[in-house]
Write a protein that binds this ligand. Structure first.
Ligand SMILES: *Cc1c(COP(=O)(O)O)cnc(C)c1O
Length: 426
């Protein structure tokens, strides 16, 4: 029964483009109507028709404890009662910044913004301001928000300057963005040969926006080396992996250190928050201390800070949180893998901490092009059938999945059983 969602979708489409405020929510790549959500309950989503789903999206990552966590809810309500926004400093900002800085030995200072997009956009400006260079290097399949210079696609050849991937983005802007293949060291080196004007490399060290594809250690080491040799800065976009891949994000599970880190998602616990962080030396370039301008009326919003603060403190207090999340992910993926094997279905799984992914293909994809060779029809069918059975996965093969604390072992057993049924029909 999706009657109410179908009606809600029709109504939404009259006043909101495509009926949604972020395109992936429209379910275009898997078909059908997106369930309109009434509320969350721990591990579950409840839609307007009263259907319940075990939620492996968790608002695309932010909710590590699941929906309606009592401590976070209480902190938010308490803060709301003191006023929604002041446009003046609050102690909450310092407290949340302290929690973040403590976990990363490469950062001393944090600036809060309102989204991951804004965090990355600002981090890039900072990198350009610090180095005095213009170009940025990004990798195909990594997503860093929707700001102009990051909406690029490959030009005539790889290791060339990107062309806009969206109308409305001037080619004059994307010509400053070099694009190369993820996990491809040769192309990476070529970029530095064709340009001596590269301000920064920006990368998802554990990519979650082309499905789940981690970078090779050697590839990250080369990024670091080339930045050092060419006076460029390395930006790790940890908007998704921060406090997800481990207690210390991707930095905790890879050997390479970055110069600037961007955050979002978990640090806001479901409220709109982003942040970028670096050493005191780099952050000294930022206004009001330095000349690189960046600002925000609602930045560091007290309600958002309160949610993030309680969430991070809870995360730190639970010593075995990531181990438990990791174990749950491993159990789920082992169950999926076996269900696929039993039915002779080519299937790949991988995870770091509470982030995970799966692909319908012969070998683990290493880059965007290889992800593109996976069986998308099979994914769409899997998605539809799991949704019918009450399991809510990201509605695109190009997205990762997330485990939250509220998902129980029993939930996982039920999910594996459903996957067994569904795999047999693919
Ligand atoms: C989600 C995401 C962003 C964009 O964050 P928004 O809050 O959606 O603007 C940027 N980078 C990465 C790695 C992300 O996963």
């Amino acid at each position: 029964m999706f009657d109410k969602s179908i009606t809600a979708y029709e109504e939404a489409k009259k006043v909101i483009p495509g009926g949604v405020d972020s395109p992936v929510r429209a379910f275009k790549s898997v078909g059908g109507t997106p369930p309109f959500i009434e509320k969350g309950e721990g591990a579950y989503l409840v839609d307007v028709d009263g259907n319940r789903y075990l939620d492996f999206v968790q608002s695309w990552g932010p909710l590590i404890f699941g929906h309606c966590d009592k401590d976070i809810e209480d902190a938010v309500i308490k803060t709301v009662k003191k006023g929604l926004s002041f446009g003046a400093p609050t102690i909450l900002e310092t407290e949340l910044a302290t929690e973040i800085v403590e976990m990363y030995d490469n950062i001393d200072k944090v600036r809060f913004v309102n989204s991951g997009t804004e965090a990355v956009m600002s981090a890039i400006r900072l990198a350009r301001g610090v180095t005095g260079k213009n170009k940025i290097l990004k990798f195909e399949g990594c997503y860093h928000g929707h700001s102009d210079s990051l909406l690029v696609q490959a030009g005539s050849g790889m290791a060339t300057f990107g062309s806009p991937s969206s109308p409305g983005v001037p080619a004059d802007l994307t010509k400053h963005t070099l694009l190369c293949e993820y996990n491809n060291i040769e192309e990476l080196k070529k970029c530095f040969e064709v340009s001596d004007d590269i301000a920064c490399i920006i990368i998802e060290p554990i990519a979650g926006n082309m499905g789940f594809v981690p970078a090779d250690e050697e590839f990250l080491a080369q990024c670091r080396k080339l930045c050092d040799e060419n006076n460029a800065l390395l930006i790790f976009d940890e908007v998704m992996s921060g406090f997800r891949a481990s207690l210390t994000g991707a930095h905790g599970v890879v050997n390479t250190k970055s110069d600037i880190v961007t955050f979002g998602k978990v640090i806001g616990a479901g409220m709109p928050v982003g942040a970028f962080a670096a050493s005191s030396e780099i952050m000294a370039h930022l206004s009001p201390d330095g000349a690189v301008y960046q600002a925000g009326t609602l930045s560091g919003n007290p309600v958002a800070m309160a949610a993030g603060l309680v969430s991070l403190r809870k995360i730190k207090a639970k010593k075995d949180l990531y181990e438990n999340l990791n174990n749950k992910v491993a159990k789920l993926l082992a169950g999926f893998k076996k269900a696929a094997e039993d039915n002779n279905i080519a299937f790949q799984v991988d995870s770091r901490g509470s982030m995970f992914g799966f692909f319908f293909c012969e070998k683990p994809p290493k880059n965007f092009k290889e992800v593109g060779t996976c069986n998308f029809d099979r994914f769409a069918k899997f998605h539809q059938e799991m949704l019918k059975r009450g399991f809510y996965f990201a509605c695109s093969q190009y997205e990762a999945a997330f485990m939250c604390e509220a998902i129980s072992d029993e939930d996982i057993d039920n999910c594996i059983k459903a996957a067994q049924e569904v795999m047999a029909t693919l």
